[in-house]
Design a protein around this ligand. Sequence first.
Ligand code: SF4
Length: 236
Amino acid sequence: MGCPTPEELVKEFQKRLIEWGRKNYVNWPWRRDRTPYRVLIAELLLKRTTRQAAAREYPKFLAKFPDIENIHKASFDEVREAFLPLGLYNQRAKQLKELAQVVVEKYGGKIPSDIETLKKLPGINDYIAGAVLSFGFGRLAPIPDANVLRIMARVTGFSRSSAGGRRKIYRVLERLVPKDRHVEFNYALLDLGGSACHYQWPKCKECPLRDFCVYGAEDEKRRGCLERRYQELARG
Ligand code: SF4
């Protein structure tokens, strides 16, 4: 296989990842009937929790608190109680109560739809802001969660432990996420982190990104080609 141009790399990367994502799609409850609020709640439940445990609590949580106004009106103890089965309940309840207060009092109960405002809300990091934008509002956004950063560090060869490396990974991700199919792309990348690109045992032979991954490259020539291409994509 020859060395692809940056445009060829982006196109083929998107195609292979989305095809893989369709075959391996898991219909988690938070992937249905998505709204910004529901996506936000799912992400708070998923923090340091298995997907299986979050899937059990998600419908119960929404039945109890169907919108952000309900969180605002509820007492701290009521919100805390809803988080009890998942751990970190004091921290999660405090963050969500603070967030609901800001959203209701400052934004009239509407979750903001621009990335910079979202990131300033209590408990909202880059990853949750991206998820709310892409999955909740249907707007183009990368979702740099810990799994995605790990995959993209392996794919690009950039270090995720330095701020400069993370900035480059983020810029490459912005180039890779397709405008028209960002939801499918983002779900597939999240799912890849729990299967082929496992944190301890990457199974490169089964991976749809193998031909475009610095870590999984078969020889030095291919590795060098991909490193150059990701440097170019990171420069924009
Ligand atoms: S080729 Fe290997 S390291 Fe690269 S993304 Fe796939 S599983 Fe991860």
